[in-house]
Structure formats: structure tokens, C-alpha cells
Design a protein around this ligand. Sequence first.
Ligand code: SF4
Length: 455
Amino acid sequence: MKKFYLRTFGCQMNYSDSERIKAVLERLGYHAANSPASADLIMLNTCSVRQHAEDRIFGLMLKYEPLRRKNKRLLIGLTGCMVRKTSSRADDFKDKILRRIRPLDFTIRIEEIAKLPEILGAVSGRAVRKTITSARQKIQPRELKNYFHITPKYTSRFQVFIPISTGCDKFCSYCIVPFSRGRETNRPMKDILKEARAVVKNGCKEITLVGQTVNSYKNFPKLLVEIDKLNKFGLERVRFTSPYPLDVTDDLIKAIARLKTLIPYIHLPIQSGDNEVLKRMNRKYTVQQYENIVRRIRARIPNCAISTDIIVGFPGETREQFMNTYNLFKKIKWDMAYLAQYSPRPGTLSAKMLKDNVPQKEKKQRWNMLNNLLRRVSLSKHKKFVGRKVRVLVESYKNGLNMGRSEHFKIIQFKSKKSLVGKIVPVKIVKAYEWILQGKVLTDNNNPVKIYSYN
Ligand code: SF4
């Protein structure tokens, strides 16, 4: 029996893509391996948003190299954001960075994942090639044309990620996505709705729509309206990630406020609180425009939780410019922020044009300052939940502890004798911590749970 080991890095888009990779591999007769050591095929779905993410890939490759001595049939492949060219020849990787990875057999762009049988056929031994050649016929031409036609092998039945677009047209100077995934392409609405209906019929309670700039999707509010109609078939929650601030329209805000399934939470990456830095990042909005969007969201949805992404130490970021980000954080009080220290990614505009001139020590210090502020803000926001009821979609259960997310995307933990995974349960919050809330499950399922405003 042939076995594959697939490891995913990065954002929810990559996790969603991995569900399609799994589907292709299973059609080729592969079964999931528990560890890389027991696999005949190791695939890494990569992220290149941070140096750290790429370093992990290089580190893993070194670890996998000795496995070849034990298993001569072992193949190792890369897909995801580090890959800009599909190639079945180890000496034909366009990216200098990939040429450095010795034990690599092939790379494949995620958009061409239906070509995986072809690639595996080209790089594997004769015996394997024979079985793959016959399995190759199972790939449909429409799947080769557009990988979204591949029906995914979903990881969860009750929580499903549905990609609605891929690629990006924004060209932020630090980001490789427009080069690795190419320009933005939207999936037809009818295909998205077909997939949404199928997963809801299968018991899905929460759909997350994913795309690099998810709200750039043509007629995005209309898509939300259509998906919301699945509420009557059991769909309880819809969220989306990640939106581009300038594409947050009034229609979108109205849709979040009005539609039953839309949770009061939005992830809105700002990246910097300084206009000069935003310009160098090629983010196409100003701080004032961003603040205005937040004001509009909070005016219509007073209880809306908002999170963000921030990069510190971008080329040329002065202490004063960093303090603009810090002070903006104090003003906006994001519920959560994903903080990164800038590192140049080969192939991006900032790596080519701008000098990485903020010392590492200074980047770390700025990161620490923001992180300390985030901890304080998060704790004070969490405290406002104590004594209130929330509805939790339970995602995991371990040692008597259920863990899930509330409507505001807060992590909630509560004890119970049995696992409540996959259920939405009312929970009373009893204690607040910086990153999580602790609660007690309520038994009165008939009591409607009010969603409280706390901003
Ligand atoms: S919006 Fe910017 S950061 Fe996001 S994927 Fe596009 S180029 Fe990258």
C-alpha cells in the first residue's frame, strides 16, 4: 500500500488546498501515513510569508534526507507559496531558493495540482509509474483546467473552508503571493454555492470563505446573502478571511450586520499605522481610510470583534513611524493582532528595492512592545465577557476540556464529562485570561442566547 505524508504551513487557504491535494492522492491509491518515516511520498504545502516559515521547510528537508536510505521509493515534493513553477526535474527549479533543497524531487504549483499524477509518473520508478499511469485517467479535464473542480477530502464535517478565489492583484511590496499564485481569479458563484449546499447537507455548521483578498470577489455581499439562505438547512455560521480594507464596502458591512449566519467578527489587516510605511508597502489605503472603515463597521455592528495583521521593522520604518502604529493600536484596540517582524522574501518588490535596514534587535523590541500592548487590550476586552452567555462551536475535546470559538471568534474552554465536538452550545463565561476565556456549559438549550455589545 502506497502512503503519503502531507504537511501544511501558513494560512487557511493552504489548509483548504491541502484538502484537494489529499483527494487527488487518495484517487491515486495513496493512504495517509502517520509519520514521514512510513511514507512513500512526502508533500509539503508551503508558506513563504515569513523567513521563519521557509526556514522550517529547509530544516524539515534536512531531516527527511536520511529517510531515502531506508526507502528507495520515497519521493519528496513541494507545493504552495514557495513554488512558482511546476517541474518534474530536480535540476529545473526556476527559483534559486528551491535549487538549494537537495532531497527535493519535484515542485508543483497548487493551481496545477491535478497534474500531480503526471509529475509523480515522471519522477517515480517504473513499478510505481505503472499504477500511477492507470490512475491518471481518473483526473478530469475540468480539474486540470481549474483545481477548484477537485472535490476536497474535508478534514472536518462541521467546519469547512471553501475557497472562492485564488491569487492576488494588490502587489503589496513584501508579498510573494501575486507571483506564486498569480493574478486573482474568482470561482463562479454557482460552483461555490454548489459546494456550500453539499457540505451543509453533510452536516456542516460553519463555513469559512477563503481567498487572498476574499472581499475583492465580484459581488461578495450577494454571495454572502446566497450562502446565508442555507441557514434553514442547518448552517449556523459564516465567516471569511482575509479581506482587503479598501474593499470593505457599505453593502458588505450591512450584510454582516443583517445576515443571520454572519458572525460579528472581521479580520482586517492594517500592516502599519503610518502612511509613509503603508506607501512603501504598496498598501493602497491611508491610516485615516482604515480608521474610517473601522468606524463604519462599529457604527453598524457595535459588538463586532476586529483583528488585524501588523508587520514591524519594515525597511525604513523609523521609531516615530513605529510609534504611530503603537498609538493607533491604543486607539483602535484590536481584539487580536498577528504580529510579524519584517524579513525580506526573495522575489518580492521590497526585497529587490528596499534595504532591510531596521536592526534585528530593534525589530524584536518593537514586536515586544506591541505584543505587550495586545496582551493588555485582549485581557481588558475579555474581562467584559465575564458573566455573559456565548454560543460556542466546539472544535476539540481533551482531558475533560472542550475547546471552541464563540460568535466573536474568542477561544473558549469549558469542562464537561463528554465530548461536545461539532455542537454549538451555550456557555457562561466565568473567567478571562489574555488569550482565552473559561466558561461553564449551560443546560438550558431552549434559552435564546443574546449577543452582547462590549466595545
Ligand atoms: S493583499 Fe497584499 S499581502 Fe495580501 S495576498 Fe495580496 S499582495 Fe499579498
